[in-house]
Design a protein. Structure first.
Lengths: 327, 341
């Protein structure tokens, strides 16, 4: 047996083995999607498309589901809009903050920073990208939230919100900022990698035409790495959408939909995302089949958003490839 | 003819003959190849080939003549070309180098070089590898400053104005450069040529306003006829020679006074090289052209003046004819005759 393994492998045998290994993740993903979809089916079946619509606090709705092992149709009642809205709001603001920051700092690191600075900054950025998110959550909840409460929220704002929701400092805006801090290093790492891969001849060519370094970087290098920027944004977005622990700690943990029409004060209001709704429910709730199905539905939505992100990134990159080097 | 051994013993010559085998009387061991091959005939050197033309053609593909280069183009005799040269009298002095020295850290790359560069003529910088010719070229538009360790002394004047006194972007718009490897940007042909025009202007002009200038530059770079059907094609899909001409178009779109060419043909095939050399001949009418080349034949073909550099020193400067035919310095003579390189 060992002797059989030790003999030189033919390409065909290697191909079969490697192909089998490559097939495993595909099977895994398919099985996962199928399982989650089956588990989530009851709640979608009972609520229809209005599952996605607004309808009050999700936490109280989940609490109402804890009945007996055979829930009735009424027990499945769920309107998940506040969670969807919270997820989109937090992720969207975080991306709006993170993308320009990541682009500018990548340009600085690759094009402008002195060699010594670059050699320090690249490992530091990689380290930041690898910091566990719970650390950000801890600092956000214990340091930043009290700071916001003491220094940014005025007493009159607390008083005016007292009837609706309590302003504790934890909220959408703070979560988005911390989330941006979390995903910026990932984007910087990916974008600066791509930027340093831009051939030097393009930089020289632009310089020889009398174009400033910054203009040349924006017009040539950034243009050339647009596919990498899209990929980095998609990856960061996926991480932001799926972030559970940090968001649960910093966002205030209320399934409440802040009304942006109220102005900046809406950013101080709490919210909850899909991922944090999954981890925030305690174990007694898991026993109820309706709750379980609802949580699987949240998970299915997250899975779906990951697939949608990949597809979107692919579609955006498609026309950008036209001017690139072939192959 | 009772058994094989006797036949083979008594008539070995006959057994080897192709004609005998075809009759099939000797069994499978002696069946000759179905078609006559050259090797079979050569086994019997005494016997002449029955039909030599058939032996060569049947079963063997005909020998093809491989065209390595294009058909020879009649070259004008030296006297005629000289008269072309003389008709374009050297124009005003565009660039002046005064005691220019460049060093990278402790390494001296260029030693106190002084040269005039006139409009209407092509100056070729020749010399062995590492002699400082590319460095000297890059000094002319202050591109050496991109290398942090470089230091320069001496003066470079453009139309009598010191280049150190002007912003490098303005200088590089007047002294354009084309590199060894074609480096078109990853955008369309149009955007490549319009790139510098857009970036150099204060207010970004729109496509329609730029179109005449872009087309003019492409025409002057002898590329327009090949790409005119679709200027929005990606530049990186062009062939190597077309890419290099696109880079020349991009460089001359700003209407510079001096064009620097750093071995522009070394990555190209002979046909593309010929096209670019013709282009250089055309361009020097309104430009001063400085070309660095390793190819002595090319220097001889395109240059009006030649400067020979060796170990950072300018050894000899003169007309092409003088440098190649009556070099003053021994090292120049050795180099142009191929004794070292």
């Amino acid at each position: 047996m060992l002797d059989w393994l030790r003999r030189p492998w033919s390409d065909r045998r290697a191909e079969r083995l490697l192909g089998a290994a490559a097939l495993l993740p595909c099977i895994g993903v398919a099985a996962m999607i199928a399982f989650v979809a089956v588990q989530a089916w009851p709640t979608f079946a009972h609520n229809g498309l209005s599952w996605l619509g607004p309808g009050g606090n999700v936490d109280t709705q989940l609490g109402r589901m804890v009945t007996e092992p055979h829930p009735t149709a009424a027990d499945y009642h769920l309107r998940a809009w506040p969670l969807l809205y919270g997820t989109l709001l937090i992720t969207g603001i975080a991306l709006i903050l993170a993308l320009p920051t990541a682009l500018l700092s990548s340009i600085f690191i690759v094009e402008f920073a002195p060699k010594a600075v670059r050699r320090v900054m690249i490992p530091v950025v990689r380290l930041l990208a690898a910091v566990p998110s719970v650390l950000y959550g801890l600092l956000g909840a214990l340091v930043l939230a009290p700071f916001v409460h003491d220094n940014i929220i005025s007493a009159s704002e607390i008083a005016s919100h007292a009837r609706k929701v309590q302003l504790t400092g934890e909220g959408v805006g703070l979560t988005a900022v911390v989330l941006a801090l979390m995903i910026t290093p990932i984007m910087v790492a990916l974008i600066s990698d791509a930027l340093s891969g831009v051939p030097n001849s393009w930089r020289e060519g632009a310089a020889a035409l009398g174009v400033h370094k910054l203009r040349a970087t924006l017009a040539v290098s950034l243009r050339a790495i647009r596919p990498a920027i899209v990929a980095a944004t998609a990856l960061a977005c996926a991480r932001a959408l799926g972030e559970a622990v940090m968001v649960e700690l910093v966002s205030g943990g209320r399934a409440y939909a802040p009304n942006l029409a109220e102005g900046p004060v809406a950013l101080l209001e709490p919210a909850r995302s899909l991922a944090s709704a999954i981890i925030s429910n305690n174990e007694e709730l898991f026993g109820a089949p309706a709750v379980k199905s609802s949580l699987y539905a949240f998970a299915l939505l997250l899975l779906f958003s990951a697939v949608a992100l990949s597809v979107a990134a692919y579609l955006i990159k498609l026309p950008l490839r036209k001017y690139q080097v072939k192959g | 003819m009772s058994t094989y051994p006797t036949i083979l013993d008594t008539q070995p010559e006959a057994a080897n003959e192709p004609g005998h085998g075809r009759e099939g009387s000797f069994g499978p061991t002696l069946v000759p190849p179905a078609r006559p091959l050259a090797s079979v005939s050569t086994l019997n050197p005494e016997q002449p080939l029955a039909r030599p033309e058939e032996t060569v053609t049947v079963g063997v593909p005909p020998v093809r003549t491989i065209v390595v280069d294009r058909a020879p183009v009649p070259v004008a005799p030296p006297a005629a070309r000289e008269s072309i040269r003389l008709s374009s009298a050297p124009g005003p002095e565009r660039l002046t180098l005064e005691q220019v020295s460049v060093s990278y850290g402790p390494k001296q790359a260029v030693n106190s070089v002084s040269l005039p560069i006139h409009q209407g003529e092509v100056l070729a910088l020749i010399g062995p590898s590492g002699c400082g010719k590319t460095t000297l070229l890059r000094t002319l538009n202050r591109l050496t400053e991109l290398t942090p360790s470089s230091a320069r002394s001496g003066r470079v004047l453009i139309d009598g104005e010191d280049v150190d006194g002007m912003p490098d972007t303005r200088l590089r718009a007047r002294v354009a450069m084309v590199f060894q490897q074609p480096n078109p940007f990853p955008m369309s042909i149009f955007d490549n040529v319009a790139f510098a025009l857009r970036e150099q202007s204060r207010k970004r002009p729109n496509r329609r306003a730029l179109e005449p200038q872009v087309i003019d530059a492409l025409k002057r770079a002898a590329l327009y006829d090949e790409v005119c059907d679709d200027l929005s094609r990606p530049a990186l899909r062009l062939s190597g020679g077309q890419q290099q001409r696109l880079c020349i178009a991009r460089a001359i779109a700003l209407r510079p006074e001096v064009l620097l060419l750093d071995e522009p043909c070394s990555a190209l095939d002979p046909i593309s090289t010929g096209v670019i050399e013709d282009l250089i001949h055309e361009l020097r009418r309104d430009l001063a052209v400085v070309i660095v080349t390793h190819n002595l034949a090319q220097a001889r073909r395109v240059a009006d003046k030649v400067a020979f550099m060796y170990m950072g020193d300018l050894i000899e400067y003169g007309t092409t004819q003088q440098v190649f035919e009556e070099p003053r310095a021994t090292r120049t003579r050795d180099y142009v005759q191929g004794a070292f390189g």
